[in-house]
Design a protein around this ligand. Structure first.
Ligand code: SF4
Length: 339
């Protein structure tokens, strides 16, 4: 195991993250040819792995489930007509710069193009983040859109990862959202507390606690090995602000598509007070077909989880279909759009 830099600020953690596959392999004592690494995949979507996350990978194991999520492999070179650059239809629902209005009553605000880790299967790996708003001024049209539609009750901060934005800006944005009377809920989709747990610091907790909105944080953890004591502590700090914490996972071939791994993940989550909310069927994004698991397998895994665990520990198995008004439960009867 590789040590993580204790007490490093989250900004330093971002600065010192590993940004190329060769260094990543060297740090773990792995020959890049064992995987093998995809240079073109890496050019298209660069590597980004904080040392805190690296520290949870097994040295010398090219098939470590955390490593597989972040290293570009030759599978990224596979071209498949069913895999596209915008599999969930983000581009057609952008109502103001960075504001996606897909579902009734809630909108999604892309507040950052940056992430604290680059997940190779990310459905937004081709999103045109360079055009997304980057400051309060740029967010004004989105805020105006929300203010003018009283049917919107919830804003989801997304990205990229919203927690890569500095606290003064985030705090101001959340305050402005809190001033909109018909908003009742704030949801934050983030992987930062998992990969750089020290991001959940006093500053973040202060603005979160101050907001009058009901606060929900949805984490993204795919494997129990991602959860160490620093992640547990970060989750406790989040919960102490009155925030409800949920988790969503993606079913990933060779990472978590087996009953032992999923059961361990769900049990660890509920034991630390995080509800397993969704298990997503992979979104069919270009370059990620090697991560796709058969939904028949996914269904049997969730069925088995339901037999072994209490209901609150079993995530809903869903897929996102472009143009649909909500996530679609994966069911045998609805598999025609899936492989
Ligand atoms: S952290 Fe989330 S948005 Fe960022 S690359 Fe990973 S899955 Fe995509």
């Amino acid at each position: 195991m590789i040590g993580s830099p204790d007490n490093a600020t989250w900004q330093r953690a971002m600065k010192f993250a590993i940004r190329d596959s060769l260094r990543l392999c060297q740090a773990l004592g792995i020959d890049p040819n064992e995987l093998p690494v995809s240079e073109s995949g890496e050019r298209q979507f660069p590597v980004f792995v904080p040392l805190e996350f690296l520290a949870r990978m097994k040295h010398g194991d090219p098939f470590d489930p955390l490593l597989l999520q972040v290293i570009p492999r030759s599978g990224e070179n596979i071209v498949s007509p069913d895999f596209t650059s915008d599999p969930v239809g983000d581009n057609i629902v952008e109502m103001a710069p960075g504001l996606l209005h897909k579902y009734i009553g809630r909108v999604l605000l892309i507040v950052s193009g940056a992430c604290a880790v680059h997940c190779r299967y990310c459905f937004r790996r081709h999103y045109p983040y360079s055009t997304a708003p980057k400051s309060i001024d740029h967010w004004l049209p989105a805020l105006e859109y929300i203010r003018s539609d009283a049917s919107i009750h919830e804003v989801i901060l997304s990205g990229g990862d919203p927690l890569t934005v500095a606290d003064p800006q985030l705090s101001q944005l959340v305050e402005l959202l809190g001033d909109i009377p018909h908003l009742t809920r704030l949801r934050i989709h983030t992987r930062v507390p998992v990969v750089i747990p020290q991001r959940v610091d006093a500053n973040l907790c202060a603005w979160l606690e101050r907001s009058r909105l009901a606060k929900w944080v949805v984490l993204h953890i795919n494997h129990a090995q991602e959860i160490d004591s620093s992640v547990v502590a970060a989750i406790h700090r989040l919960k102490a602000t009155g925030t409800t914490v949920l988790n969503q996972s993606v079913l990933l071939r060779d990472v978590n598509d087996n009953i032992k791994t999923l059961q361990e993940l769900c049990e660890q989550l509920v034991d630390i007070g995080v509800m397993p909310y969704y298990l997503h069927q992979l979104d069919r994004v270009d370059g990620a077909s090697h991560f796709e698991s058969d939904p028949i397998l996914g269904l049997s895994l969730v069925e088995e989880l339901a037999k072994r665990l209490p209901g609150y520990a079993v995530p809903r198995y869903v897929s996102e279909i472009a143009g649909e008004p909500n996530k679609t439960p994966v069911a045998l009867s609805a598999l025609s759009h899936l492989p």
